[in-house]
Design a protein around this ligand. Structure first.
Ligand code: NAP
Length: 318
């Protein structure tokens, strides 16, 4: 009989859908990522695993389990840089993800971070909460006006485009972007040849590429040196895309105007130096954190499992 392991508590509707497919569904109640022995147990004891962010299915884990019982890792989330896909495939394990379900919610958080960073929302909220607000005056807490400015999207994929659309149609912004391949877009946007060229042109650099070895520290000292001193960096992608130490230096020295971050290099660790800075907005990886979005992601993962069990093509195989 097929055994399925869901590695975190998920919305009830998702677990019910998985149980409709198969009688033997085990839900791990722990909210923390799988430990090394659990990663090996996942491959050894289950036919299908529904893992998520933080479950590090590295090449070593696949090397440790010579003949895995597991045949499908139906990841919950579009980002799958915690899974070594080449090692999985070599071991005969299919990997799928949940694209699309996350796009609008993550784009919304991206725009929220742009506004929060530009208009100093978190700093202002801290001021009021601390009881230190002395009252309105014309030069109090002046930030950067966002409407009509230039946004630079790094990675014009689903989420990058959704952010660009919000910026263009909602805020009358000029859209610029850098992407490894050419894109056909249904809104006006200018492509930059290089990341540095893009960084120099815009008021907001918004990062929306996947994480992983190819994009690690793609945004670093050279990007910050190219950015204008009033410009803001927004990262809703993965923490390791940005060189966090270089970002701290750029913020501390006033090389850039501010930053809005949803993700971090060593989550959930956020460096004290970053937490000490007023000009940075820090969110706890909220990109898709809404019940209907998490339900849609889970149901998409279950659809991938259903197709796999039926012997059909897995719709979101990566
Ligand atoms: P997507 O549609 O695949 O878009 C990714 C974009 O990045 C594409 O434009 C792609 O270029 C570009 N890209 C991919 N690999 C690259 C590389 N090695 N170097 C340069 N550019 C590269 O993905 P998406 O659905 O927009 O999601 C993007 C990422 O957002 C996810 O992978 C995930 O890590 C992150 N995310 C975060 C949250 C959150 O909670 N904060 C939520 C959802 C997703 P091409 O057009 O050439 O393929």
């Amino acid at each position: 009989m097929t055994r399925i392991w869901i590695t975190r508590p998920l919305p009830d509707e998702v677990v019910a859908a998985a149980r409709k497919l198969c009688d033997d569904v085990v839900v791990r109640e722990n909210t923390m990522p799988l430990e090394p022995d659990e990663l090996r147990a996942a491959l050894t004891n289950f036919d299908i695993v529904l893992p998520t962010l933080g479950d590090q299915f590295s090449a070593q884990v696949f090397a440790d389990v010579a003949a895995p019982r597991c045949r499908l890792l139906a990841n919950f989330g579009v980002g799958f840089n915690h899974i070594d896909v080449a090692a999985a495939q070599a071991a005969g394990v299919t990997v799928s993800n949940t694209p699309g379900a996350v796009t609008d919610a993550t784009a919304d958080i991206g725009v929220m971070l742009m506004l929060m960073s530009a208009r100093r929302a978190a700093e202002g909220e801290r001021l009021v909460r601390a009881g230190d607000w002395a009252g309105w005056h014309p030069t109090q807490m002046l930030g950067l006006h966002m409407s009509g400015k230039r946004v630079g999207i790094v990675g014009m994929g689903r989420i990058g485009q959704a952010i660009a659309r919000r910026c263009h149609f909602g805020f009358g912004m000029e859209v610029h972007y850098a992407n490894r391949s050419a894109k056909t877009l249904d809104f006006p946007a200018a492509r930059a040849e290089t990341l540095e060229e893009l960084a120099g042109r815009v008021d907001f650099v918004v990062v929306a590429v996947p994480g992983g070895a190819e994009t690690r520290h793609m945004i670093g000292a050279a990007t910050f040196a190219a950015m204008q001193p009033h410009a803001h960096l927004i990262n809703i992608a993965r923490g390791d895309v940005v060189d966090e130490a270089a970002l701290i230096t750029a913020l501390e020295t006033g090389q850039i105007g501010g930053a809005g971050l949803d993700v971090y290099e060593r989550e959930p660790e956020v460096p004290e130096a970053l937490r000490a800075l007023d000009r940075v907005t820090l969110l706890p990886h909220l990109g898709t954190a809404a019940l209907e979005v998490r339900t849609a992601m889970g149901l998409m993962a279950v659809d991938n499992i259903a197709a796999f069990c039926a012997g059909d093509r897995v719709p979101n195989a990566v």
